[in-house]
Design a protein around this ligand. Structure first.
Ligand code: ATP
Length: 202
């Protein structure tokens, strides 16, 4: 399977752009979704987490209480490292499994923290959605109803624009563009990826 890994900072437009590839018939695999699937009730990972942190890390439906988990690891780097060592390989494996099951000519793997988690080699190509930080903050505040300060804190915790662009094979600038320009760029990339996928298959 030819995998295009798509990334970008918070509020850059990853979901919005991925949806447009989906509308062209491309299968989308979303790392955030996979990260939830690997800790679904009944999973080995959830059992391991409950055994390690105690069963009060589960809610009344025996599902993972994400807020409680976040609080437990927030100020504790060792616990965070333990959790990452458990979950990262599982998430990576499950993402790859879903990519291999894709039925479109290539698939798009959306990984918000591609750079932070050093996953840029995961696919054959990296597509970065790029906007400037002021736009990221503005769109995130508007969408999530959070303060400018909160949005800035999230941005500061992520890789910066240059670090992302450094691993990019392709870049979509998702600001100050007309709808027609964006549409054209997405179609051009789509055609390129179809060609690359065919070449790889031969
Ligand atoms: P996150 O990392 O937080 O999940 P994201 O990168 O997936 O974010 P989106 O949710 O796709 O980003 O977009 C963020 C917000 O910006 C949304 O409200 C979306 O509607 C808006 N948006 C996306 N692209 C554009 C655009 N070209 N012009 C104006 N608004 C846009």
């Amino acid at each position: 399977m030819y995998i295009v890994a798509l990334t970008g900072g918070i509020g850059s437009g990853k979901t919005t752009i991925a949806n447009r590839f989906a509308a062209l018939g491309i299968d989308i695999i979303d790392a955030d979704l996979v990260a939830r699937q690997v800790v679904e009730p009944g999973s080995l990972a959830l059992s391991a987490i409950a055994a390690h942190f105690g069963s009060d890390i589960l809610d009344e439906k025996r599902e993972l209480n994400r807020r409680a988990l976040r609080e437990r690891i927030f100020a504790n780097p060792d616990e965070k490292a333990w959790l990452n060592a458990l979950l990262h390989p599982l998430i990576r494996e499950e993402m790859m499994r879903q990519c291999q099951q894709a039925t479109s000519p290539y698939c798009l793997l959306v990984v918000p923290l591609l750079v932070e988690n050093r996953l840029s080699g995961l696919g054959q190509r990296v597509l970065v959605i790029d906007v400037d930080e002021a736009v990221q903050i503005e769109r995130t505040c508007q969408r999530d109803q959070i303060s400018q300060q909160q949005a800035e804190a999230i941005l500061a915790s992520q890789a910066n624009r240059d670090e992302r662009l450094a691993v990019a094979d392709d870049v979509i600038v998702n600001q100050d563009r007309s709808e027609a320009e964006l549409e054209h760029e997405i179609l051009t990339l789509h055609q390129q990826y179809l060609t690359f996928a065919t070449q790889q298959a031969h």
